[in-house]
Every structure is written in structure tokens, then in C-alpha cells.
Design a protein around this ligand. Structure first.
Ligand code: MOS
Length: 740
């Protein structure tokens, strides 16, 4: 029996990537190309009074300029996540003369060459009537409101009497936590190339959702969705900023239409800081009440975030606190203010990630007050079911995560006293936190073809952001067909393929692989039918259930595979090109019965140099319960990436705005500090690897993209407290906060 699923399989696309053959959005060869450069607002609030392009239009190579005064009519798309139409910002580009934030697109210039387009764009004079911008939360309090929902989840929840129980608790902890605005900063900036052929447009994109991009662009342009073809075979990271569809994908299309040329539009790194979302700042108040034995009696989580003046996106920090620990009294609320900054968007574990920074820091603080080991405190309050929805967990191995990661880390040797551990002149600290993320799943389709040359194809309009979808699809097919992974060719990232959901919410694996497995099984069934139908076949006349297929051969059940014929022989004998299976699968009633959630434990060692107040994360040991692990190599790789990003969040990342004019001060990779190799040391990743018995009928995997970042920042902050005795509740923990 072949077992590609669950093993350590190298990337199918690895060779293409390291040899430069992988084509990212701007790499596809297109002819008759012209170059577009977007012009962005330099004021944060007000209106455009004039756009003077007279000098620009005289420049050599100039082809066209589009802005609110002359752009074709565009329409607000349906904006429904479920029907796969989701703009990053509901206000349509060039809708009117209003300006809402620095970086808003005001015009796009198209010219023969990139240099001509850049120079021409620099000559366009834009006049504004500027209003004073509102950048800081404190300035925006007049816009304060309570948003009601985040993707169907109510943002206010209560059970029991949280306030009363907090007031009378034996032991209390109350504190405020702050996380700053962060940007995704994928290696590959967003880009869009548009090629019209009559009334149909092909868009080469970098998107986490080819189907969503197709629908959103079609609706914005006001044309049928079958007239838009989105192609995105390789994505240089996304982390959420390529999930919803941002205006550049529409700009390239209207620029190409206007000029009758193919148009290439690349975003600059600076534009990546205003044109495709960010993680909102969060201000969170946590109140925990506990009995002396450590049992929580009250959990309260109040969150304040920013959203934009044109749309709503809420960083739902408190939703996890409804069920993270067992507690009869719980209250969560969310507030938002509107600022002159572009609309936030999902960024790796939106809500859970900053939410767990606050909650898991607070649990550590409570553990110190109670004089209970932080792991023990979490075990005391383990939630055996989801107390918010009152559902049993589909499966949950959180205690195993604490146990296996804690053991590997050496947690038992920890002296809990702050400043008690040293490495020479360095202060050593050990901290931990719980990790968690929902086990989402959406409808997905796939097709599998067994070909007459003994190879197979597997196709789906899903995406591979670098996480490994190409590889995992072939692993599933390999096990069903019994042929090696290298004989299976995957295709994805193309809206013409069978539809799949957004590669967001860590749900690609859980949504697509069950359909792949069913399609492969169906293809094999077709192959068996071919083999028994053909009079030349040794299997001719057998009943379908008497025959089986494995190891690339069809044969009579119970006999040796060698007694049968190969897939090629079966197809060739029938003069048939392929046996094909197709599947569409959707989650069902199991979603009403069970709560699906992934779990993990992050253990972190920091070393703090007291002379320069600098913290280094010297060691991380993490364990995750993500259901079945499909590919140990790519799953581990996802964890390295999530943990690294978590270290960045803890110690470095922070987008700084100029509160006077709304300009983005850190809009480049020199000023926006991110971890590099020198910042990252030992990371050990463990998986419980027990299939989720309910998430789907075939696979049992819950996905690994986002859970790996959750809890990291809290574990780092907790380790820093242990090392230094300083409790830092404001990210990032830069040297200035550790001084003094
Ligand atoms: Mo993710 S932040 O759901 O792409």
C-alpha cells in the first residue's frame, strides 16, 4: 500500500522555483505590452480639485491617463464572501473626487515603456482641497461604533455574569494590551497584467483566490464572469493581502481596454503599504477572575480596532476568547473607529493572532498571581467542549501539544522566578502560550485524469501561495491510484478549472483534498469499467466489484497485481485517451454537530542582553494538532514561516504613520523591520498527527497556515517577562521598551 499522504514529500514545484521557471504574475510573456503606473494620493482626507495632465500628455510614449473624471463606469461588486465576490474595499476605484487616505489611487498613466510611464506619472499635477486627517484612534473617538459581525460571527457575546463574577473573584487580573498596524509584506508585490481579446479579458494575477478575483473584476467592470479569465499559477506569498480583490486588478483591465494594448501594472513596495490591506492596530482590555485553585470564574475581552472611512473590516480579537478556556462567565465586545487609513484586511490569523497576544499574556500574568505553572493553569481550564456553541470538538489534542512540546523544550527544568536564569551576561527567559485557529472548510471541486501514458493529472481552481498545494494534491492522487507522485501533474491557479475557495482561513487542504480524493477514486472506477468492458482485456466480463486497482494496475480482487493489466494497457486496449473523475464536495451537517478547531502550544526561549536591552528568540519548540498531517515537510515549513512571522510581530513589526498628514513613514523594507535569517535560531516543530474524524469523509486534515503564528508573540512576551521581570503589553518589544 502506497502512503504518500503523511510522508515527507519535496515540493512538486521546487525545481521550477529554484531554476527560475516558475512564472509569477508579472513574468508571463505577453505581446503588444504597454506599462501602467498608478498615481496615489499624497493627502489623507479631502477631495481632488484638479488633475492637470497637460505636460504628461506631451511626453514621448504617452498613451493614456485614467482618473475619476474620465474613467469608464465601474460598479460596486456584490461584496458577498459566500458567492465568491469580495473586493478589498467596497468603494470602487475612481468612484468620485473624494480622498480617504494616503495611497488611494487617483489616476493611472499608461505609456510605451515602464520608464516613460513612471516619468509621465511624475508630471501629472494633482490639486487637492485637503481636510485635516484622522490617523490616531484617540482623534477618531467621535466615529466610535460597535460593529455587529465578522463573517457571520457575532462580535458581542456573553454567558453567565462576567462582571459580577469578576468583582467577587478570589484572584483578578486586568490589563490593557496593544498591537500596532502591521503589513503583510510578501516577497512578491501585487501585480496585474490584462490582455483583452474582443470582449474577453485575461488577467495574470497574484491572488489567493482566482475564482473570487474573476467574479469581483467581472462585477466591477459590469461584464459576465465567463468573460474574465484569471491566471495565477505561482504566488510569492500572500498572508491575506492577496485574498480579496484590490483595485489594481480592475485598473489593468480598464487601462488595457482604453489603450487597445496589453497592460502590465506592478505595485511598488511603497504601494503595497496602502493598496492591499494591513492588520489594524488593536487595543484590548482583558479581565480575568479566578478561584485560588486556578479555575477561571470570569473571562472578559474588550477590543478596539480601526477601520477605514470607506468600508468595514474588523480585527475580531475576542471571538476565540468565547471558548478558549472553560469558564461559565464570559463577555466579549468589539468597538471600531474610522480613520483616514486604507481598509484593513485579513493578515495571517486575523483576530486570533492579536487576540491571543492579549489573552495568552494575561493568562501568564494570572499564573504568576496564582503561583501556578502557566502550563498547569491552562490544563486546569481546559475546555472539553466549545462552551460558546455548546458543541463537542470534532477532535482536540491540546493537552498532548502542551505535553510533547513542553517535554522537548525541557519546561520541567524552568525556575519560574523572573531573572533567575542566565547564560553568561545574558538573561534567559522561558515562556509559553496556547495556539489555536478554526478548522474551516468550504465547497471545492477537482478533476483527476488517468492518461494512456501511465501518468495522471489533477486539476482544481485552487491556489498555492507557497504552502504546498501542488504537492499535497498529487500525494492524495498517488495513494488512490498507486502511482508515484512524480508521475502526477497538478494544475491550479486558473479560474477555468473546477472551482475552489479562497486560499485563506487555512482551508485549502480541508476544502480541496477531499474532492481530489473523490475525483481520483471516481477516475479509477472509470478505469475499471474500461478494463472489464474490453473483449481483449483479461478482465473482460468480470463484475465491477470483483476487480480492483492498485500500484498502477487493474486486477481481480484477491489475486496478485501482476496478474492484471496496467492502466496504460487498459486505456490503450480500448483506444481511450483517459479515464476521468470529477468531484465537487461541500461541508454538511457535521458543521452543526461539531466545533472544528486546531490547537497548539508554543514554547519560547529568549535571551536578553541587559546592556543593549535587546531580546533574541534563541529557541522555539511548538506542537500542533491540525488533524492529519498531509505532508510533514511542507507542514513543517509552514510552521517555520508562521513562527518566524510571530517573532517579527513580537519584536519588530510596526507600520508608522505620520499623524500630521497620514503619510506612511515605514513604507519600505528598510524601515519596516522584518526577521531575517540572522534573527531566527532553533525552531522545532512537532505534530500530534491524528486525523480529524469529522471534518470530511476522506482526509481528516484541518490546515496549518495560520495556527502556527498564533500564540508566538505572547510566548515571546511571557519569556521576556521571565527573563527580565518586565511585563511588556505593547508590541513590538523593541529595545526602547526594555530599557530602564
Ligand atoms: Mo489568510 S489571513 O485567511 O490569507
Amino acid at each position: 500500500m502506497s502512503t504518500a499522504v503523511g510522508s515527507f514529500v519535496s515540493r512538486k514545484d521546487g525545481h521550477q522555483k529554484v531554476t527560475g521557471q516558475a512564472r509569477y504574475a508579472a513574468d508571463h510573456p505577453i505581446t503588444n505590452v504597454a506599462h501602467a503606473v498608478a498615481i496615489c494620493s499624497t493627502v489623507a482626507s479631502g477631495r481632488v480639485t484638479a488633475i492637470d495632465s497637460s505636460a504628461a500628455e506631451k511626453m514621448p510614449g504617452f498613451l493614456a491617463i485614467l482618473h475619476h473624471g474620465n474613467a469608464p463606469k465601474l460598479f460596486r461588486p456584490v461584496n458577498n464572501f459566500e458567492s465568491a465576490s469580495k473586493p478589498g474595499e467596497i468603494r470602487v476605484v475612481f468612484e468620485d473626487d473624494k480622498v480617504h487616505y494616503v495611497g488611494q489611487y487617483l489616476a493611472v498613466v499608461i505609456a510605451e515603456t515602464l520608464q516613460q510611464a513612471q516619468h509621465t506619472a511624475s508630471l501629472v499635477k494633482i490639486s487637492y482641497e485637503a481636510a485635516p486627517p484622522v490617523i490616531e484612534t484617540e482623534q477618531a473617538m467621535s466615529t466610535l461604533y460597535d460593529p455587529s459581525e465578522f463573517f457571520g460571527e457575532k462580535l458581542k457575546a456573553q454567558r453567565g455574569d462576567p462582571a459580577g463574577q469578576f468583582a467577587s473573584a478570589d484572584v483578578k487580573h486586568e490589563a490593557d494590551y496593544f498591537t500596532p498596524i502591521e503589513h503583510h509584506n510578501p516577497m512578491e508585490p501585487s501585480a496585474s497584467m490584462a490582455v483583452w481579446d474582443g470582449d474577453e479579458v485575461t488577467l495574470f494575477e497574484t491572488t489567493q483566490w482566482v475564482v473570487g478575483a474573476r467574479n469581483t473584476v467581472a462585477e466591477t467592470l459590469g461584464i459576465p464572469e465567463e468573460k474574465v479569465h484569471v491566471i495565477s499559477p505561482f504566488i510569492g506569498g500572500g498572508f491575506g493581502c492577496k485574498g480579496f480583490t484590490w483595485p489594481h486588478s480592475v485598473l489593468s483591465a480598464i487601462a488595457a481596454k482604453k489603450t487597445g494594448r496589453s497592460v502590465k501594472l506592478n505595485l511598488t513596495r511603497k504601494q503595497m503599504f496602502s493598496a492591499c490591506g494591513h492588520r489594524s492596530e488593536t487595543r484590548q482590555k482583558i479581565k480575568l477572575g479566578a478561584a485560588k485553585d486556578g479555575k477561571l470564574t470570569s473571562v472578559q475581552h474588550e477590543t478596539m480596532v480601526q477601520t477605514s472611512t470607506v468600508d468595514e473590516f474588523v480585527e475580531a480579537c475576542g471571538t476565540t476568547s468565547r471558548f478558549l478556556y472553560s469558564c461559565p462567565n464570559m463577555g466579549i465586545t468589539h468597538h471600531a473607529v474610522r480613520v483616514n487609513i486604507a481598509t484593513p484586511t485579513p493578515m495571517r490569523a486575523p483576530g486570533e493572532n492579536p487576540g491571543l497576544f492579549a489573552m495568552e499574556s494575561a493568562m501568564d500574568e494570572l499564573a504568576y498571581k496564582l503561583n501556578i505553572d502557566p502550563v498547569q493553569l491552562r490544563i486546569i481550564n481546559h475546555a472539553d467542549k466549545n462552551e460558546h456553541t455548546n458543541q463537542p470538538w470534532s477532535s482536540k489534542y491540546l493537552k498532548e501539544c502542551y505535553q510533547i512540546a513542553g517535554e522537548k523544550f525541557g519546561w520541567a527544568k524552568r525556575n519560574p522566578k523572573p531573572r533567575s536564569m542566565r547564560d553568561g551576561k545574558l538573561l534567559v527567559g522561558w515562556g509559553m502560550a496556547t495556539a489555536t485557529y478554526p478548522g474551516m472548510r468550504s465547497p471545492g471541486a477537482a478533476k483527476v485524469r488517468i492518461l494512456q501514458d501511465g501518468t495522471a493529472q489533477v486539476i482544481s481552481a485552487t491556489q498555492d501561495m507557497g504552502g504546498g498545494t501542488y504537492t499535497t494534491m498529487t500525494q492524495v492522487v498517488s495513494d488512490v491510484l498507486g502511482i508515484p507522485v512524480d508521475k502526477i501533474r497538478p494544475a491550479l491557479g486558473d479560474s477555468h478549472l473546477p472551482p475552489a475557495p479562497v486560499s485563506g482561513g487555512s482551508m485549502t487542504t480541508a476544502s480541496v483534498l477531499p474532492a481530489v480524493k473523490q475525483a481520483a477514486t471516481e477516475a479509477l472506477k472509470k478505469l475499471v469499467q474500461v478494463a472489464i468492458a474490453n473483449p481483449q482485456s483479461p478482465l473482460h466480463g468480470k463484475k465491477e466489484d470483483e476487480v480492483t486497482a492498485a500500484n498502477g494496475r487493474v486486477f481481480v480482487k484477491g489475486s496478485a497485481p501482476e496478474s492484471g493489466i496496467t492502466y496504460e494497457q487498459a486505456l490503450l486496449a480500448n483506444n481511450q485517451a483517459a479515464a476521468e473523475g470529477e468531484s465537487f464536495m461541500a461541508p454538511g451537517k457535521e458543521r452543526e454537530k461539531y466545533a472544528f478547531q486546531s490547537w497548539g502550544a508554543q514554547f519560547v526561549e529568549v535571551k536578553v542582553d541587559p546592556e543593549i536591552a535587546k531580546a533574541t528568540v534563541s529557541r522555539v519548540v511548538s506542537a500542533f494538532d491540525i488533524g492529519k498531517v498531509i505532508n510533514r515537510k511542507t507542514a513543517q515549513s509552514q510552521a517555520y514561516s508562521g513562527i518566524t512571522m510571530g517573532v517579527g510581530m513580537a519584536l519588530m513589526e510596526h507600520t508608522v504613520y505620520d499623524h500630521r498628514d497620514g503619510g506612511i513613514i515605514t513604507s519600505n523594507l528598510a524601515d519596516y523591520a522584518l526577521p531575517v535569517h540572522a534573527d531566527i535560531h532553533s525552531i522545532d516543530v512537532l505534530f500530534v498527527d491524528k486525523p480529524d474524524p469529522h471534518i470530511d469523509p476522506y482526509i481528516g486534515a484541518r490546515g496549518v497556515g495560520e495556527i502556527t503564528i498564533t500564540g508566538v508573540a505572547a510566548a515571546v512576551a511571557n519569556a521576556i517577562y521571565h527573563a527580565t521581570g518586565k511585563r511588556i503589553r505593547e508590541l513590538p518589544i523593541t529595545p526602547d521598551k526594555l530599557l530602564g
